[in-house]
Design a protein. Structure first.
Length: 598
């Protein structure tokens, strides 16, 4: 039996060398690969959510893995229709989400691991969405470093991208690299599985399976064609010149300053220096200099262009034409905009992006030369009105109010819930120059937190502050906190609110991203080792065992809290801090029937 790491390393080497894959389908019925796939997705939130066949992660066993393996080997595995639900959008309308059954998720994960290992070395460095080792912050770092001096920002958004991916174009793209018809047939079955909505079957004619594990990777394979077009066609066409020509007016003033300095006229030197600081040192409209930079995250992309607006519009039109003719996709006219980077701001990944222009901001370089350090630099901000949007869930009639859904939770859970939501926002916007504006969100959330605790204990907010106030020192700075002490196995610790610094974090220099470690992750965890042991952890019976899964350990603790006598399976799960338990079929049936006293 081939080991997962051996398979994925072979796929990666072939991807790096651009060697087409042949006879790769047989790797899918490696038992070790399927166990690794199970290991990676078993703890996902949706693992216990059923699709159309009531097939979830609960009850996973070696026998079930081998049945799926045998179906793949005999080419009899069929993808069942996904269960489709509608998720409301903030902007109005809804987004369809497909929920596959767990067996389908397992096979999709095995396919994804193989395809990702092969395609990842071939994807563009300008692509950051749904890739190992990359994310929103790496995309923002890319823009911050590569888009310096940008004049025009071209925001791009593809209308209904994931729903409108053309199956034939996608299969044609994949078939250029994969010459194994059995794997191509399996991918096509996945795309054509259809969906059930309100218990009515619908065929799928386009798009990747919404909610499917393999969907983001298939979308990246599809949109890699756009990356290639922009990098090999548009960027060479709209990039020329080694550097901008010098500004004659700037040079004239420099000569005048030199003559005034030679005469010892300090007052004139000062006046001319201030005057020179108001104009650029290079020619901003140099006809022999052009630059085009590009960054994509999923179906959103942004380009930075140095040149006239007329040519920026040509770039936008060329991208729109390529998407229509080659990928059969349409750009959203309302979201695809051309923005002047110095006077306006573009939106990308929840940030406002612009170019700095401050002639009075001067710093001295290491070599002693003074320079205008802000001009031409990319500035990242929290968009206007965004903080107000964040505060809305905590307001009623314009004032902070308690969160009634949390009143029945413990004090620690209430404080932790507020802290995690606030820290998430503060961490995401850590590169924004106006990060301090989140102080308003902190005030609103803290007021809502104290009101929630007051409502729970039927007391007043001042009494809550007196009871729960504390202090915490981080990086030499002491913060006021709202905290509660909890007992854990390792002793007592504090769950606290606050102590999140709002200082702007300086970006590290963008280094080459090594995705090999994350792509080839095959570490076998305790869960798989226990499953492979095939021994019931309650009665000790050996053979024919399966895994009992629960959604949350905290739910189990709540359910059995205060009861003197707990079944053995509950005691073990709580004691081991596990959401899984390997059981024989008899013990597993008794637990689900509510009859287990073991």
């Amino acid at each position: 039996m081939q080991k997962t790491e051996t398979i994925l390393r072979a796929m990666r080497r072939m991807g790096e060398r651009h060697i087409p894959l042949t006879r790769v389908y047989r790797s899918l019925y490696s038992e070790d690969l399927l166990l690794t796939a199970y290991d990676k997705i078993a703890r996902n939130k949706g693992a216990l959510t059923a699709g159309t066949a009531n097939d979830t992660v609960d009850g996973m066993s070696i026998e079930r893995i081998r049945n799926i393996r045998e179906q793949l080997r005999l080419e009899r595995f069929k993808f069942r229709p996904v269960r489709r639900v509608q998720i409301p959008k903030k902007s109005g309308g809804s987004r369809p989400l497909g929920i596959p059954d767990f067996s389908e998720k397992l096979v999709q994960e095995a396919m994804r691991m193989i395809l990702e290992a092969y395609y990842e070395p071939r994807f563009s460095d300008n692509s950051h969405g749904f890739r190992p080792g990359r994310g929103c912050h790496t995309a923002l770092k890319h823009i911050k470093e590569k888009f310096v001096g940008t004049v025009w920002l071209i925001e791009g958004d593809i209308k209904g991208c994931f729903n409108n991916i053309d199956h034939e174009v996608l299969m044609e793209t994949i078939s250029r690299d994969i010459k194994d018809q059995r794997l191509l047939n399996l991918i096509r079955k996945c795309l054509k599985a259809g969906y059930m909505e309100d218990w009515r079957y619908h065929k799928t004619y386009s798009g990747t399976p919404q909610g499917g594990i393999i969907s983001p990777l298939l979308a990246n394979i599809y949109l890699n064609e756009l990356d290639t077009f922009i990098e090999k066609k548009l960027i060479p066409k709209y990039t020329r010149g080694s550097r901008r020509a010098a500004n004659p007016e700037y040079e004239r003033l420099t000569r005048q300053i030199g003559r005034a300095r030679a005469k010892g006229d300090k007052q004139l030197v000062k006046e001319l220096t201030l005057k020179r600081r108001q104009i650029p040192s290079i020619n901003p409209t140099d006809p022999n200099f052009r630059r085009l930079k590009y960054c994509r995250y999923a179906d959103d992309f942004i380009l930075g262009f140095i040149g006239p607006k007329r040519e920026a519009e040509e770039v936008k039109a060329a991208i729109g034409q390529f998407l229509r003719e080659k990928l059969h996709l349409e750009m959203s006219e309302s979201k695809t905009l051309i923005t002047h980077a110095r006077t306006e701001q573009a939106r990308f990944l929840g940030y406002s992006i612009g170019v700095g222009q401050r002639d009075d901001k001067v710093t001295r370089r290491k070599d002693g030369i003074k320079m205008r350090s802000v001009n031409g630099r990319i500035i990242l901000r929290i968009p206007n009105g965004r903080v107000d949007e964040f505060t809305k869930p905590f307001l009623k009639m314009g004032k902070p109010t308690h969160q009634s859904v949390l009143i029945n939770c413990s004090d620690a859970e209430i404080i932790l819930s507020f802290q995690l939501r606030y820290r998430g926002k503060a961490e995401y916007y850590k590169y924004a120059v106006n990060r301090g504006s989140l102080q308003k969100l902190k005030y609103v959330m803290e007021t809502a937190l104290t009101k929630t605790l007051a409502a729970k204990h039927k007391t007043t907010v001042p009494k809550i502050y007196r009871k729960y106030s504390g202090r915490l020192t981080i990086d030499g700075r002491t913060y006021k906190t709202i905290q509660v002490k909890v007992s854990t196995k390792k002793g007592e610790k504090y769950i606290y609110w606050g102590a999140v610094p709002l200082k702007v974090v300086k970006m590290d220099r963008l280094e080459p991203i090594n995705d090999e470690r994350t792509t080839l992750w095959t570490y076998r965890t305790d869960l798989v080792q226990r499953l492979m042991a095939d021994k019931c952890e309650i009665c000790g019976a050996e053979g024919d065992c399966e895994v009992h899964h629960i959604r949350k350990l905290s739910d189990l603790k709540k359910r059995w809290r205060g009861r003197k006598k707990k079944p053995e399976w509950v005691v073990q799960m709580i004691a081991r801090q596990r959401k899984t338990l390997v059981l024989c079929k008899k013990c597993h049936r008794e637990i689900h029937a509510g009859n287990s006293q073991k």
